[in-house]
Design a protein. Sequence first.
Length: 324
Amino acid sequence: MYEAEAPVNIALVKYWGKRDVSLNLPTNSSLSVTLETCTSSDLQLVTRTIVEPHHEDSVILNGVESAPNERIKRCLKYLRSIADFPCVKVRTENMFPTAAGLASSASGYAALVTAISGMIPLDANQKSIAARLGSGSACRSLFDGFVLWESGIQTDGSDSISKSIIAPGHWPELCCLVLILSAAEKAVSSAAGMERTVHTSELFPSRLEKVPDHIAHLLRAIEQRDFSKFAELVMRDSNQFHAVCMDSYPPVFYLNEASRTVIHLVHGYNRENVRLAYTFDAGPNAFIFCLEAELQSAKELFLSQIPGLATSNIVECRVGRGAH
Ligand code: DP6
């Protein structure tokens, strides 16, 4: 029996668009932070996975058994091309709502690959490729701290690899509050949304030109622990990603009323002095960054201003380690 646990990651510069759909090869590089949930939180933003030899490949996700889907098959096929291993039963539990824009596929495939790395020897690049075949953003949950996933240029994806580039200990005061504003499944999957954007958004090519600069500037802000630069770059990238979604045809919307309230609250709060940043993936839930000294007042702000938000819907995280 081989066990693994993988955390979620939140993209600071988003992966949005594929240059190869079946290999999950992205149109642009992306930068993320791996989130470690503080033990005080009710929900843990992790996936726990156990694999064991079985007479056929099967998956039990949150207690429900099914045959492996195409993504899992692709991931297992690649892993078996490196070193053969028997059929496996994969038991996997998400400690948080599935498919609510909380990147459960990211932690899920990172946990799967890490559990299988107990059965066969895999190097970091092979793990990254295997996780990416399951879900693009999963390749970033394997690694610690701030993680860069290079888009690469090879058609086989051999250079589309993620790696940790800044260790978690570099900025210990950086906190992330995840505000769970909805646990509903998203109407348009990331894969379908990306495809629509790539084929229909007129603004998308101009985003692609700018992403390398976003990454370079953000890395500098992180290296210098410059929160106010970090905040502006993170919020602008999130807004731009949602703008190209809306520029897709028919438009794709991931934010809801509560998400928009969060955006207004943050800009109001930052008027004198930049103390908060938001980012949203393909869902309405908000990821709020702040420094430790601001944590309490940030929580109070959202609890008092977002109707229906309770302490149990706020998950407190720090920059943490990847799958293990
Ligand atoms: C908005 O990694 O879920 O969260 O490769 O099709 O599985 P697939 O897509 P996925 O897309 C993530 C999109 C995003 C941005 C990000 O995490 O970079």
